[in-house]
Design a protein around this ligand. Structure first.
Ligand SMILES: [Zn+2]
Length: 550
């Protein structure tokens, strides 16, 4: 998040000029309601399993979640489903994978050979590279489900392969193959490679297990297709077919994606689906056309979301520029991450891990706006609508420590010292309930993890015991003076100023004086703005340490 990225404008909240809505999800819910959908209303997302289930994939879950929650608050029954498009073939080896805990690992850490042998094979037929789940697809889906649970989103995972195997898709496949001429004509408007031989069904070769694209005959009465296992091109590469000639039922293969997506809408009764802008320009226009003119169904209410970038670069599973939900939850509270996805989906934004403090500050402001403490009508209107869906419990007594201050508290593991510092800064007082202190301290561990991960200006540890430091007599005298100044009771800014004065009075280099201080407190020759930092610590502790008494 850069500093212009906060929820400060109307466009941020997703409300259009003249719209009565302050929250985009409410506008989408309106549009769904105008269609009088049957209950339960079905909201879908989905991805093809790839290398890493990353934060970008979570647009598919979180965007739908807010719409689902708005509809539920209006009394509707809502089913949120997520399709794992797991009969898709593995087209190329991912460079990174995520293990069961969501930790990203390289291919060298898994059985990559098994993956290489399975290029062209559906994900559900590929062994889990970690040897735990029943397949690659199951591994990937369980990660997404666990992540949804971590964010408190009740989503129902649906396996595409299961929909083929249990016959759910069978009538749709039959319907499409009965109207193959229409199907060719409609798809031909969007894809140039559609010729008179094109058949929108890709059987699985019963000999080698790979998805094939060459259908030589369709027998509608028998419900089968004949195929030849030919080469498949994937990106610039060729995945070799085995040449086998065989026959497959309508359950033993898959519809091409352009048909499969509208088929999902039909069999699941989808009323709303958000999708990335790649689909907006590609498979959405053809999907809508196929839904209306081949399947004869109404497509769902669409919504395009902009992709966000990570540290200024595109999120990419193949390049490894990814962050997983468990990783980000080490740095952010779930409510902050949910807030990130509550922001206007039509606006591109960057998730800059080095500036997570700004995202958290924006969240805190959003929270204060909900409680009427921010003098900005547009963010207040947005907060009033969206905030209850972002936090688990709306509690007015909640306190938040600013993220960078939490990072300062993270320099010590001493819980009592952390609370004391928060008290000194006025965030905690005698009326603060224990649960609120506990919840506020939750942020400290995350800010500490952030300081360590970024190795930034907060990545220092207060030494609990006095480090061995050699200081000459001038510096000892200056430290004594400073101790007296601190003991007299001054704030951090005053201490910072006094450090310069003290050094000057004693005729020592300012740099040497600060270095002595850093060594005493951090056992390192450098650190944060020392005077201000000392102002936040317990006074007695600071005085004792400056006197090198403990
Ligand atoms: Zn084959």
């Amino acid at each position: 998040m850069n500093d212009t990225d906060g929820p400060r404008s109307e466009s941020e909240t997703g409300s259009e000029a003249g719209s009565q809505h302050d929250f985009w999800a409410a506008a989408v819910a309106d549009e769904i309601e105008t269609r009088n959908p049957e209950e339960p209303i079905v909201i879908k997302g989905g991805v093809s399993p790839s290398g890493v289930a990353h934060l970008g994939n979570f647009n598919e879950i979180m965007r739908g979640y807010f719409v689902a929650e708005v509809l539920r608050s209006r009394g509707h029954e809502v089913r949120q489903v997520f399709t794992s498009d797991d009969r898709d073939p593995l087209r190329k080896l991912p460079r990174k994978l995520a293990d069961a805990e969501g930790t990203i690992v390289g291919l060298g850490d898994v059985d990559a050979g098994a993956l290489g042998r399975n290029l062209g094979t559906p994900y559900t037929d590929i062994p889990d590279p970690f040897g735990e789940s029943e397949s690659y697809a199951a591994h990937f889906a369980s990660l997404l489900k666990a992540d949804a649970d971590r964010l408190g989103v009740p989503v129902e995972m649906v396996s595409n392969t299961e929909l083929y195997e249990d016959g759910t898709f069978e009538p749709v496949v039959e319907h499409v193959l009965e109207r193959v001429a229409t199907a060719r004509e409609v798809l031909g408007k969007y894809q140039s490679k559609v010729d008179g031989d094109y058949v929108p069904f890709n059987p699985i070769c019963s000999n080698c297990g790979k998805i094939t694209e060459t259908v030589t005959g369709v027998d509608l009465d028998a419900g089968t297709v004949d195929y030849v296992c030919t080469d498949m091109t994937a990106g610039g590469d060729t995945i070799e077919g085995c040449g086998f000639e065989g026959t497959a039922t309508f359950r033993e293969g898959k519809l091409p994606w352009r048909f499969e997506w509208p088929a999902q809408w039909q069999v699941l009764g989808v009323d709303f689906e958000p999708f990335g802008k790649d689909h907006a320009e590609g498979s959405w226009p053809s999907g809508r056309d196929i839904a209306e003119n081949v399947l004869g169904i109404e497509p769902p209410v669409p919504m395009t979301y902009e992709w966000f970038t990570l540290n200024g670069e595109a999120l990419s599973s193949s390049s490894g520029n990814v962050v997983t939900v468990p990783e980000i939850l080490e740095l952010l509270e779930p409510a902050v991450l949910r807030y990130f996805f509550a922001l206007n989906p039509r606006r591109a934004r960057d998730l800059d891990l080095s500036r997570l403090d700004q995202l958290v500050d924006d969240f805190d402001r959003f929270e204060r706006a909900y409680f009427g403490d921010v003098d900005d009508e547009s963010i207040t209107a947005f907060a009033k609508r969206a905030y209850p869906y972002v936090v688990d419990d709306v509690r007015a007594e909640r306190i938040r420590l600013p993220y960078t201050f939490a990072a300062v508290l993270g320099m010590t593991d001493d819980r009592e010292l952390r609370i004391e510092m928060a008290r000194n800064e006025g965030y905690v007082d005698d009326d603060t309930p224990e649960w609120a202190v506990e919840a506020a301290l939750n942020r400290v561990d995350r800010a500490r993890a952030w300081a360590e991960r970024m190795d930034n200006a907060y990545n220092y540890r207060i030494q609990e015991t006095l480090p061995e430091v050699d200081v000459d007599d001038d510096v000892v005298a200056a430290l004594e003076d400073l101790a007296a100044f601190v003991a007299a009771g001054h704030d951090g800014e005053a201490i910072q100023g006094e450090m310069y004065e003290t050094a000057r009075r004693h005729g020592i280099e300012v740099g040497d004086f600060f270095e002595a201080g850093y060594l005493l407190f951090f056992d390192q020759p450098q650190g944060p703005r020392l005077g201000e930092f000392l102002g936040e610590l317990d006074t007695e502790f600071v005085v004792r340490r400056l006197r090198r008494e403990g």
